[in-house]
Every structure is written in structure tokens, then in C-alpha cells.
Design a protein around this ligand. Structure first.
Ligand code: SF4
Ligand code: SF4
Length: 227
């Protein structure tokens, strides 16, 4: 899931600026699960902005609404009327949600209410941990299902850096050394020989190094309209 956290209220207020009519838009998917931007958070932020602006002596009209998924245009159509009647939209979706709204409603001024953090896994109640950096060329098949790109602090691909102590990363004792995890797992699975296989250089063009990425599935595209 995409993990995010809410920006401080002061920063959101400064992004809203002098706008009088404000719409806070929550998202019902990833950011609801990580308690950053769902319906509850949208309502609380709207109330906070209302109260805070009143205390500042410039009371704003702040409403809120939540869509099921901000990152898909078809879910945004339902709020087209509300978007058109406000001065600013505060998106409580991830960065994709903000950009989906900007592309779908080009006349609307949309600002982010969240800081989008990483692709993560909820490991226990209230804890989310980074697990994937969306590199576009997944190597989990040769690392025992443990990602060295997202979980090694140096994104090393050829084994540990030598700084690990007691199985912990030299960056912090709170971070397990990814390469220790990989070694332990492959050892437990009796597959350590995997580490001895020569691998071709990783294709970083599939990651950010190749510029903004795009996936096209011709089999899923709609036929071109006949003239
Ligand atoms: S190898 Fe790449 S795609 Fe696979 S989990 Fe790691 S960052 Fe994500
Ligand atoms: S100690 Fe382990 S996780 Fe940390 S940077 Fe070195 S190899 Fe990566």
C-alpha cells in the first residue's frame, strides 16, 4: 500500500492561503488504512481549518467529502460539482490523488494535505514499514523475497556493506540489515547457492533513471474510434 502522513496544520493553512471556500477531499483507499487521509481525517481537518480560520478572524467555509479512490478519474466525477464551487481543494490522497485531480479538473487549484512517504507494509498496529521502491525490475525472486533496494539503507545489490552489527544496519539499530535477512532466509530455505549465481547488471532504466514511467497494455486498450 502507499503510506502517507498528514502535513502539519500550519503548512496546510499556508497552502490554502487567502482562499475563502475550501474543500477537503479524502481518499477511501491506502491513506484511509494508514489513518492519514480517509473520511474521518478529512472531517477532522475540515473542522480544524474552520476553527483555526475563525480564531484568525477570517472564517472560511470549509467542507469535506471522501471518494473511494482519488487516483482514478471515474471516482472523481461524483465530486465535480463540489470542486467547481470552491476556491481551493485540499487533497488528502497520495501524490497520485493530487495529480489525478489536477488533470481531471484543470480549472481547480489543488494542494496536497499529505506527505506521501513510501510503499509499505503494516507490520503491527500503528506501524508501517517500507518494503518496495517500485524499481520496475523486481529481483525478489533471487533475494528470497526480501528487497535489498528498499530495505538496505544503501540499496546494495551484491551483498552486505560490512557495517552490519548483530544483524542490524549500521545506520540504526532499529533497522534490520537487509542482507542479513536475505542470507538468513536463503540459508533457512537451503538456497544459499542462489547468491553465488552471477547476475546481469540491473536494468535501472525500468526505475526512475529512465524518466517518468508508463505502462501500456494493448490488450486492455479500447479500440480506436472509427472516423
Ligand atoms: S526489487 Fe524493485 S519492485 Fe521488487 S520489491 Fe524491491 S523495489 Fe520493489
Ligand atoms: S548494514 Fe546491511 S542494510 Fe545497512 S547498509 Fe549495510 S548491507 Fe545495507
Amino acid at each position: 500500500m502507499i503510506v502517507a502522513e498528514q502535513k502539519p496544520l500550519q503548512e496546510i493553512k499556508s497552502l490554502v492561503g487567502e482562499a475563502q471556500r475550501v474543500l477537503v477531499v479524502g481518499c477511501g483507499t491506502c491513506v484511509t488504512v494508514c489513518f492519514a487521509g480517509g473520511a474521518r481525517e478529512a472531517a477532522i481537518l475540515a473542522a480544524s481549518l474552520r476553527m483555526s480560520s475563525r480564531l484568525d478572524g477570517v472564517a472560511k467555509a470549509v467542507t469535506d467529502v471522501t471518494v473511494q479512490r482519488q487516483c482514478e478519474w471515474e471516482y472523481l466525477d461524483a465530486i465535480a460539482g463540489e470542486i467547481g464551487s470552491v476556491d481551493v481543494v485540499v487533497s488528502l490522497g497520495c501524490g497520485i490523488g493530487v495529480q489525478a485531480m489536477v488533470e481531471h479538473f484543470p480549472a481547480a487549484w489543488v494542494v496536497p494535505g499529505l506527505n506521501t512517504s513510501f510503499l509499505g507494509l503494516p507490520t503491527e498496529q500503528g506501524v508501517w514499514a517500507e518494503r518496495c521502491a517500485a524499481c520496475g525490475d523486481c529481483i525478489l525472486g533471487i533475494t528470497g523475497g526480501i528487497c535489498p533496494i528498499a530495505r538496505c539503507s544503501k540499496s546494495l545489490l551484491n551483498g552486505p556493506c560490512g557495517g552490519s552489527e548483530g544483524g542490524h544496519c549500521e545506520v540504526s539499530p532499529d533497522i534490520p540489515c537487509a542482507w542479513q535477512l536475505i542470507y538468513d532466509r536463503l540459508s533457512a530455505m537451503n538456497r544459499l547457492d542462489t547468491l553465488l549465481e552471477l547476475q546481469p547488471p540491473k536494468n535501472w532504466r525500468a526505475a526512475r533513471d529512465g524518466g517518468p514511467r508508463r505502462i501500456v497494455r494493448q490488450d486492455l486498450r479500447l479500440p480506436a474510434e472509427e472516423d
